[in-house]
Design a protein around this ligand. Structure first.
Ligand code: DC
Length: 519
């Protein structure tokens, strides 16, 4: 895989350094903050008490300057005459001084030569003002970042506040405008976009979006596969809540037990077991313990057994599932025969059914139409059902009813995941749907996706080992509501690795999301 030079230029606080740093880390490239190098020159001038007018002394200072730029996970570490000055060069005073000193041609000559030396091997992301125009006009990728001046001043102001430097916003704005003017107006290597640079306005973009935006432009240049993540993927609120409750419940006083697997993801269940959180199959087995009721909920009678056995109950039932219990109870009390659309063996449906009566029945989308008990009826759905199956059932039953009450109990997270998976599948040549093989909601995503394009339902990245991914220009990733973020990240990194790339992301927010191409 070729290792190119990436130039990112733009005015102060347009997002260059942050974007360059993340991009370099993602691509496994070196990062070079050229502004920090001019800042170091400015600091050296200050240390030696040199006046800007005293060109001869500044040139001598440059000849004798001992400057090193080292790589760290947090960006560049700037070492000036053996001392780490990375923090010291970030004050407003040094910002103005760096802008002024960088206009001196001899200073620039020295710095440009050093920057060319450091970047000559490729596999480097440099940010500055003249990278695409002067330092590396031959750079394979050139970006010019801009942002509204008020937005840039706001970013710089917050940065200074975080460092305990209390400069008024108006002053930050004023200095930024001055610096823009000086950097763009100087005679040598002024700030300006290279003719072949790609402009990116970061005013309204988050850091992840900025990085993704540049990354998307680089995919072609680096011959990376185009991989996109569905907009809604991974843990939903209910699953996150259940896992947090389980982890908080851990203590030494009583055993912590989940009745049934807390979520349908074998790797997470194993991780909890490693932390001492055990799974019990039957309510009757559990006594004097802390019991976590999983997000799918449990039948009414199991709850009664747990209480009778002196257990402390931690109810992690998903609020959407709880709502189905309440709705079902109310309908039964009002005399409605209720049809539950769902999988009769799924724990959520087993739990739900316990709140019904003898007239409550469960049907799946593949079953024949149920026989109605009279001409009034109500329909509820398992929270992870497909919406079109619910509307299909309602349409088919309607001719035989005087009164049909349909409750859309499908949870928002499920519909969001389903809709964004379908949208992505339509724009992909191959879909990888990630999540437990026993996870109903992941299976629903895989089934929706496979009706549109070739789809593999995988639990972990290990299942990619023997799959040929080479022939698919656009690969989509979707993940169920019980799929942890680390699995999405591992799958993405594995897809890139299989294409021969060294690129890697650390969190799912760094994976280009479907639709971000519009930036
Ligand atoms: O990117 P920065 O704010 O850290 O840069 C500080 C100053 O250094 C900037 O105002 C202009 C100068 N500079 C330059 O002239 N050329 C570069 N390639 C980088 C920075």
């Amino acid at each position: 895989m070729k290792r190119i030079i990436i130039a990112i230029d733009g005015p102060a606080a347009s997002g260059k350094s942050t974007t360059a740093k993340f991009l370099a880390s993602r691509l496994g490239y070196i990062y070079l903050d050229t502004g920090a190098m001019y800042r170091a020159c400015a600091l050296r001038c200050k240390q030696l008490g040199l006046k800007l007018e005293d060109k001869t002394k500044i040139i001598a200072m440059m000849d004798a300057m001992d400057l090193q730029v080292n790589q760290s996970s947090d960006g560049n570490i700037v070492i000036l005459h053996g001392t780490d000055v990375s923090a010291e060069i970030r004050t407003p005073e040094i910002s103005s001084l760096a802008s002024a000193i960088s206009a001196i041609p001899e200073v620039r000559d020295k710095m440009v030569a050093l920057q060319r030396k450091l970047g000559s091997e490729g596999g480097v992301v440099l940010d500055g003002r003249d990278i695409g125009t002067v330092v590396f006009p031959q750079a394979e990728a050139k970006f010019f970042l801009i942002a509204d001046v008020n937005e840039r001043a706001k970013r710089r102001y917050l940065e200074l506040q975080a460092k305990g430097l209390d400069t008024p916003f108006e002053k930050v704005l004023e200095e930024l405008i001055e610096r823009d003017k000086a950097d763009a107006g100087r005679a040598v290597a002024p700030l300006k976009p290279a003719v072949d640079s790609i402009p990116v306005d970061t005013s309204k973009l988050s850091i992840a979006q900025q990085v993704s935006c540049l990354f998307i432009h680089l995919e072609k240049l680096l011959s990376l596969p185009v991989v996109r993540l569905a907009q809604h993927s991974g843990y939903c609120f209910g699953v996150r809540r259940a896992l947090n409750l389980a982890l908080e419940a851990r203590n030494d006083e009583k055993p912590v037990i989940t009745l049934g697997e807390i979520i349908h993801n074998p790797q997470i269940v194993q991780k909890l077991a490693d932390k001492g959180i055990r799974v019990a199959k039957e309510a009757s087995e559990i006594k004097n313990s802390k019991v976590i009721i999983r997000s799918h909920g449990i039948p009414k009678w199991e709850l009664e057994t747990l209480i009778a056995n002196q257990n402390e109950i931690i109810d992690a039932t998903c609020p959407y599932v709880k709502r189905t219990h309440e709705t079902l109870q109310k309908l039964v009390a009002e005399g409605y025969p209720v049809i539950i659309l769902g999988d009769k063996d799924h724990p959520e449906v087993v739990g739900m059914l316990s709140y019904g009566d003898s007239k409550t029945q469960v049907v799946s989308s593949d079953d024949p139409l149920p026989i109605l008990e009279g001409r009034k009826t109500a329909i509820l759905a398992q929270t992870t059902q497909k919406l079109h199956n619910l509307s299909d059932l309602a349409c088919k039953l309607l001719p035989d009813c005087n009164e049909l009450r349909v409750f859309n109990t499908i949870c928002l997270a499920t519909s969001e995941r389903q809709n964004s998976t379908v949208e992505l599948a339509k724009a992909s040549d191959l879909m990888l749907v990630i999540g437990g093989h026993n996870s109903a909601n992941t299976r629903a995503l895989a089934s929706l996706s496979s009706a549109i394009c070739l789809t593999y339902h995988i639990e972990t990245e290990a299942e990619l080992e023997n799959l040929e991914l080479g022939g698919y220009p656009r690969i989509g990733l979707a993940a169920g509501a019980s799929t942890p973020e680390e699995m999405i990240v591992e799958v993405y990194n594995k897809v890139l690795q299989k294409s021969g790339s060294t690129a890697k992301v650390k969190c799912s927010g760094e994976i280009p999301m479907f639709k971000e191409e519009s930036c």
